[in-house]
Design a binder for this molecule. Structure first.
Ligand SMILES: Cc1cc2nc3c(=O)[nH]c(=O)nc-3n(C[C@H](O)[C@H](O)[C@H](O)COP(=O)(O)O)c2cc1C
Length: 305
């Protein structure tokens, strides 16, 4: 028989039942996966980004496979806040896991307005603020690369909510610890680390980029070492929890992030291959803890030599 493992993760004034989450944009609004897996094994669903107005997203083709990952330029396609509340929330509310709404915008007012409307809705666990999408012309990336703007946006959002406020950072910067510290100074409860890296594929016959938007965001195993390194650096630079992601495909990948200092993790592109991966990773993390005599997820921090 195994030891009793405390899987809970405290973020801000709330707790996640376990550290496994499904990353924004790779798990729809949850209902798409209802019949494919047991949603109660997930600690949190991070929804597809929600913006103030509905967005059709970029023209196709907007997704392309690469040798060890995918590049997408979806362009934040989503139903907009009104339909999100009327059409998506009713199902999400029925789920046993935490619902974290991923929020995007092009101006500070847009972010504030989306969060303000979500504050009226019960059963939302918290917000993941996407200041890092590389696929929109006037997207959050402008915020994501500038520590001053990050701190301002975070503290403005902080005034609107007591729910956990998670700032999701882009790796497309010179020094990610500067933006992470700015988010912490603004009052963030946690940092999500990382969004996609800018990538491009060129069709050599047509002599033009494959994606309509030319470049997109690279995710999957190709970015794992970058995600692990950035999680390590950020978790040493801030005292709030870090949620690590990028290329997690199996238990060993997840353990790398936990050893690097992550308090929780998210599984993204792997959901497109096998929706049971989150469940398998949760079981694998429990097995690892049993073997290593780890009694709580918090113990991972400081384990790495
Ligand atoms: C198709 C697709 C859509 C995505 N949409 C969003 C989004 O709306 N908001 C966001 O913050 N991140 C979005 N992401 C980024 C993921 O949440 C995650 O940060 C990234 O894919 C790295 O994890 P992975 O390598 O496990 O996929 C998207 C990623 C993919 C592949």
């Amino acid at each position: 028989m195994g030891i009793n493992i405390d899987l809970s993760v405290k973020i801000g004034n709330s707790t996640l039942p376990n550290p496994i989450g499904t990353a924004s944009g790779t798990f729809g609004y949850g209902s798409e996966y209802e019949e494919l897996m047991d949603l109660s094994c997930i600690g949190a669903i991070y929804t597809k980004a929600v913006t103030l107005k509905p967005r059709p997203g970029n023209d196709i083709p907007r997704i392309i496979e690469t040798p060890s990952g995918i590049i997408n330029s979806i362009g934040l396609a989503n139903v907009g806040i009104d339909k999100f509340i009327s059409q998506k929330i009713p199902f999400l509310k029925t789920l046993p896991c935490a619902i974290v709404v991923n929020v995007a915008g092009s101006t500070e007012e847009e972010y504030l307005s989306v969060v303000q409307q979500l504050e009226e809705v019960e059963n939302i666990w918290g917000y993941e603020i996407n200041v890092s999408c590389p696929n929109v012309k006037h997207g959050g990336l402008a915020f994501g690369t500038d520590p001053t703007q990050i701190e301002r946006l975070t503290s403005a959002l902080r005034k609107k909510t007591v729910r956990p406020l998670i700032i999701k950072l882009t790796p497309n910067v010179t020094d990610i610890t500067l933006v992470a510290r700015a988010a912490e100074d603004g009052g963030a409860d946690a940092i999500s680390c990382i969004n996609t890296l800018v990538g491009m594929v060129i069709d050599t016959q047509k002599k033009k980029p494959v994606l309509q938007m030319k470049t997109g965001g690279l995710s999957g195993p190709a970015i794992r070492p970058v995600g692990v390194a950035m999680t390590y650096r950020v978790s040493n630079a801030v005292s709030i929890p870090v949620i690590g992601m990028g290329g997690i495909m199996n238990t060993d990948d997840a353990i790398q992030y936990l050893l690097a200092g992550a308090s929780a993790i998210q599984i993204g592109s792997a959901n497109f291959i096998d929706p049971r991966i989150p469940q398998n990773i949760l079981d694998g993390v429990k097995d690892y803890c049993n073997r290593e005599g780890i009694t709580s997820i918090g113990e991972f921090k400081g384990l790495m030599e």
